[in-house]
Design a protein around this ligand. Structure first.
Ligand code: DSN
Length: 430
């Protein structure tokens, strides 16, 4: 980073400070993780310099792909083509998909491409309610995904806090959606993709699964895969999958031409070839045997974390988790999600406030927090450390405005981080 330090000391300093934050605090945001150095090397490479609008292939009239033909609108794409072809091939292998588009800049753009390709304006589609674990881009009125379509939301059962599949099946018969979207940002239980397919088929709807949160777990074969069931599967690449920040679409061949055309030229221009190179590295890493072991540890750690919270008297939404994340309902502790997020931040523990199903609080206050184990697992933490972390959180949450208590917790967080170091920057080898 010698050049950056000289050329732009302010940005250099901001990156240094972020390095310290990532290294010296405990990261429990369920959607965050730490990429490998190899992924960051690819993302920081010269491929950021290259325009490559189009694809590293052309489609024949019958829709099949001709990998020998040049589908780019710019010259000089021979090397970035290698990166994108590898990313596509590895994504297909990793998830067993018929086709992959690795160009979406984000999960939101991946979802946009699917809606624009499969729906007309004002068409009806179903998405999981945001406050029940869904995502803004699953039809919330303040998002493009809710502005152009007639979106009807389904939710969880109030008692079990698990998706009410019977209610969804009835809703489908009544409203005949053209598309059913599932996948979630804050839903701790296994999603029954076969059941979603059955419901979609009962009304001739497309099925789209946004697997962003659980993509790594699915890649490791530790959560049922949506790929055999869904027409389209969207994801980000930076959560449990531990790749660079970005999006991807997996799809059946029958919708591939329409979706590729919607990603480019429909909604995006030049693909971020440096990020696509990073995605290729991520998929290669995810194809290695140790990735499965890593995902298994994420899930085991989530069970230790859930048990530890319950032992200390916390209520978890749906009473636990099958995945990497859980929602802690803080109402009985007399703490709001917002106060918890702020207090824990001061104690060196990063979480996000989160609404719980049927939350009486507004989203900006929220009754709960969402916590996950991917980032702690990447640091090498296991049962003892997870139990220690929950104990520290309990100490802070039990006296969330007491500065002295928060400082005591922070000191212990510092010791734990030092024992489980993280190499996140060239200038911060540990
Ligand atoms: N913002 C992401 C999350 O935290 O789950 C979803 O896009």
């Amino acid at each position: 980073m010698a050049d950056l330090r000289t050329v732009d000391p302010e940005i250099f300093d901001a990156i240094q400070q972020e390095t310290h934050r990532e290294t010296d605090k405990l990261e429990l945001i369920a959607s965050e993780n730490f990429t490998s150095e190899a992924v960051r090397e690819a993302v920081g490479s010269v491929m950021t310099n290259k325009y490559a609008e189009g694809y590293p292939f052309r489609r024949r009239k019958d829709g099949t792909i001709n990998w020998e033909a040049n589908g780019r609108y710019y010259g000089g794409c021979e090397h970035v083509n290698v990166a994108e072809r590898l990313a596509i091939a590895r994504a297909k292998e990793l998830f067993g998909a018929e086709h992959a588009n690795v160009q979406p800049h984000s999960g939101s753009q991946a979802n946009m491409a699917v809606y624009f390709a499969l729906l007309d304006v004002n068409d009806t589609y179903f998405g999981l309610e945001l406050s029940h674990g869904g995502h803004l881009t699953h039809g919330h009125p303040i998002s493009f995904s809710g502005m152009f379509y007639n979106v009807i939301h389904y939710g969880v059962d109030q008692k079990t806090e698990v998706i009410d599949y019977d209610a969804l099946a009835e809703m489908a018969l009544e409203h005949k959606p053209k598309l059913i979207v599932t996948g979630a940002s804050a839903y701790p239980r296994t999603l029954d993709f076969a059941r979603f397919r059955e419901i979609a088929d009962s009304v001739g709807a497309y099925l789209m699964v946004d697997m962003a949160h659980i993509a790594g777990i699915i890649a490791a074969g530790l959560h049922p895969s949506p790929v055999p069931h869904a027409d389209v599967v969207t994801t980000t690449t930076h959560k449990t999958l531990r790749g660079p920040r970005g999006g991807m679409i997996l799809m059946k061949d029958k919708v591939a031409a329409a979706i590729d055309k919607t990603v480019f030229p429909g909604i995006q221009g030049g693909p971020l070839m440096h990020v696509i190179a990073g995605k290729a590295v991520c998929f290669r890493e995810a194809l290695q045997p140790d990735f499965k072991a890593y995902q298994k540890k994420i899930l085991e750690n989530a069970q230790y974390m859930a048990d530890a919270f319950k032992t200390l008297g916390y209520r978890l939404v749906s009473d636990g988790t099958d995945t990497h994340l859980m929602l802690v309902d803080l109402r009985e502790k007399g703490v709001t999600g917002k106060a918890a997020e702020n207090g824990l931040e001061n104690a060196g523990i990063t979480v996000n406030k989160n609404t719980i199903p049927f939350d009486p609080q507004k989203p900006f206050i929220a009754s709960g927090i969402r916590v996950g184990t991917p980032a702690l697992t990447t640091r090498g933490m296991g049962k003892d450390e997870i139990e220690k972390v929950v104990g520290l959180m309990d100490k802070a949450l039990s006296d969330i405005e007491n500065e002295q208590v928060l400082n005591e917790v922070k000191a212990e967080v510092g010791e734990l981080c030092a024992t489980f170091p993280l190499v996140v920057g060239e200038d911060r080898p540990v």
